[in-house]
Design a protein around this ligand. Structure first.
Ligand code: 6R9
Length: 635
């Protein structure tokens, strides 16, 4: 059916118009024709952004894993579902077929059941990029348990916060992980985290690095022997369309991380449909997304979207620099990858190493290149286009969020003419709006404002776990009847969108969202620190890096500043993870504050970015005198 696979620009416009004129009919057709239901829905959509409440396909019954696995067995049983490429290129690639994946998921689901996991229970998954990670998500979904994956780069503290927030009773982890030439003791991190998590009764441990680890009696169990015993048969639990599928945490500008809740049917339809169109996926393609499954990109576009389409999805355990900077291109050549999806920060890091690493490889299999996670700068876009795609593989710059579940603004490759740094046009069914400072929608092209979405789409998150009020306050309160993304954007003369970046206190570092508040809280834990303010500043590889302004309790602090800097970063590593470390720490005697006591970050951002020519209006400051002092001592 043509609506499911869009092939040229005119068709995009036709289908787009249809999708926004009558969204219910549009999504119902997609749902009818491309998915497996145990029972069809009573209502396609009911919604109220004021409450807010959004329900898609209410009354329908299904299991997402029957859509990702069972229904492919007859026609694609021997096709590779997951192509696992290990950290060490000398270790063999694993081809896991649809039949094998189905059996592994059933075994794992049976293990979870035997451990007392029931429908609706939360299971925390803290694993490296090994096949068990994908299998464990699907195993949870098979029995209706809600998975909460925590990226395995987060610290024990961050893990504990997330486990407790959603009250997980089981944790799935591994003895350790490989990362380039290093190994990481994941189990030790879990042990530390669990000291603060009384609700966790069971830890299942996959073996990956064969290291000696501590196994706590009565709590910890090796996974493999349990899997060996388990049956590879298993029926999928019948779920309601709006039952939660998973929780995934994302940083907010303040407070604890937000556990975004995605529900089954809408998420399935949206990830599957976007995957097919944004990557123009065809039956024998080999698709590779380099994200970690610990982030939404991995959930939607390594696991659910590709598998719902019966695709071959590559899972890479390692890093782009190991054993050398040609690793990505080595994998593309080896498996004849057709679609390659990565982050601007990776592109910039690889571009810096020069084209020699690229030139040794045959990249002619590539048909579509994608980017996600942060704005891509023009230079990186051209490097990607010239050296990787050889101007033959269109770049899809895909804008979306953990909250949106799937891609929202993007070119359709071979249909939408691309434009460097522009995510271009809304995806089918998506109705963006730009809002001005008076909370009015800016109509017409050549506009610049805050990016909102006017109408529900199936993939949107339904709530924040345990805190619906926060969901409402964060996303539905800034503008009436609109979902507010937290991003700024402009619309050019032909209606193409360019994302200009966050307009709140979230900073995107190497594509990872970091809230300033939790980092400041960590810095303030240092006994010598009185107060701190964190801002982002431009960085040529990471996109943004973090700059900390720190006031010490005693101005005559005798310890060396460099030691203090190390100690502060150590605390951040323990509390959040190494991704949140500060690149620069400036000790200062004051921070610019408004009369209501709010730190004026706008000024600090400009100073950190070495852009002090126009600091704007500082007259409302309580202590304008500190500004010059900060400028004079800037790093
Ligand atoms: C999928 C993902 C969401 C934030 C989002 C925005 C930034 C993502 C982007 C982009 C410019 C793009 N972002 N894609 N900015 N161009 N193509 O990354 O989800 O981790 O929740 O981050 O990332 O600022 O608001 P998540």
């Amino acid at each position: 059916m043509s609506n499911y696979h869009i092939k040229h620009l005119e068709e995009y416009f036709q289908v787009y118009r249809k999708s926004v004129r009558n969204p219910e009919n549009f999504w119902e057709e997609i749902a009818e024709e491309h998915f497996l239901w145990r029972k069809k829905w009573d209502t396609v959509l009911s919604w109220d952004f004021k409450k807010p409440e959004v329900k898609w396909f209410e009354g329908a019954k299904l299991n997402i894993t029957e859509n990702c696995l069972d229904r492919h067995l007859a026609t694609r049983g021997d096709k590779t579902a997951i192509l696992f490429e290990p950290n060490d290129p000398k270790e063999d690639t694993q081809h896991i077929t649809y039949t094998q994946l189905y059996q592994r998921v059933n075994k794992f689901a049976n293990v979870l059941k035997s451990q007392g996991v029931e429908k609706g229970d939360r299971v925390c998954i803290y694993l490296p990029m090994i096949p068990e990670l994908a299998v464990s998500l699907l195993a949870c979904a098979r029995i209706g348990a809600i998975h909460s994956v925590v990226f395995a780069g987060f610290s024990a503290n961050a893990l504990a916060t997330r486990i407790n927030d959603s009250d997980c009773k089981v944790v799935i982890t591994s003895d350790g992980s490989y990362r380039g030439a290093k190994t990481i003791d994941l189990k030790k991190i879990v042990d530390d985290a669990l000291e603060d998590c009384p609700g966790v009764k069971t830890v299942l441990v996959a073996k990956r690095i064969q290291s000696e680890i501590n196994m706590k009696d009565g709590r910890d169990q090796w996974l493999q022997p349990l899997l060996d015993e388990a049956s590879e048969e298993g029926t999928a639990t019948v779920m309601d369309a709006e039952d939660p599928l998973f929780i995934l945490y994302t940083s907010g500008s303040t407070g604890t991380p937000k556990g975004m809740v995605h529900t089954i049917a809408g998420y399935m339809i949206y990830t599957a449909y976007t995957f097919k169109n944004v990557f123009q996926y065809r039956e024998n393609d080999v698709y590779w997304c380099t994200a970690d499954i610990g982030w939404i990109t991995g959930h939607s576009y390594i696991v659910y979207g590709p598998l719902a389409n019966g695709a071959t999805t590559v899972m890479f355990e390692g890093v782009p620099s190991y054993p050398d900077y040609g690793r990505f291109w080595d994998i593309v050549e080896k498996h004849k990858v057709t679609q390659f999806y990565t982050a601007p920060t990776a592109i910039r890091a690889l571009a810096k190493e020069g084209v020699e690493h690229v030139e040794q490889h045959d990249l002619s299999s590539l048909k579509v290149l994608g980017t996600v996670g942060e704005p891509i700068n023009e230079e990186a876009w051209h490097w990607y286009d010239d050296n990787i795609g050889k101007k033959n593989a269109p770049i899809v710059d895909t804008w979306w969020q953990t909250e949106t579940g799937g891609i929202m603004i993007t070119p359709i490759p071979y249909a939408t003419p691309t434009k460097p740094t522009y995510a271009t046009l809304p995806f089918i069914g998506i109705q963006p709006a730009l809002m001005d400072e008076n909370a009015q929608e800016i109509k017409g092209n050549q506009a610049d404002g805050r990016l909102c979405i006017k109408f529900p789409w199936p993939g949107m998150a339904r709530t924040i776990w345990g805190n619906h009020q926060r969901y409402k306050d964060t996303y539905f309160s800034a503008y009436e009847n609109m979902y507010f993304s937290g991003d700024g954007a402009l619309r050019d003369e032909v209606g193409y969108y360019r994302i200009t970046g966050r307009v709140d206190d979230v900073i995107i570092v190497s594509g990872h969202n970091l809230g300033t508040a939790p980092i400041e809280d960590a810095v303030n834990e240092h006994p010598a620190v009185a107060e701190s303010a964190i801002v982002g500043f431009p960085h040529d590889v990471k996109g943004n890096a973090l700059y900390g302004y720190v006031i010490l309790k005693e101005t005559g602090e005798s310890r060396k500043h460099d030691n203090l800097r190390k100690e502060i970063n150590q605390i951040i590593t323990e509390q959040i993870g190494p991704i949140a470390k500060l690149d620069k720490i400036q000790f200062t005697n004051g921070l610019p504050k408004t009369r209501s006591g709010k730190i004026m970050r706008r000024i600090l951002r400009k100073i950190a970015g070495k852009d002090t020519s126009n600091l704007g209006d500082t007259s409302t400051l309580l202590n304008p005198e500190c500004v010059q002092d900060i400028i004079d001592n800037a790093l």
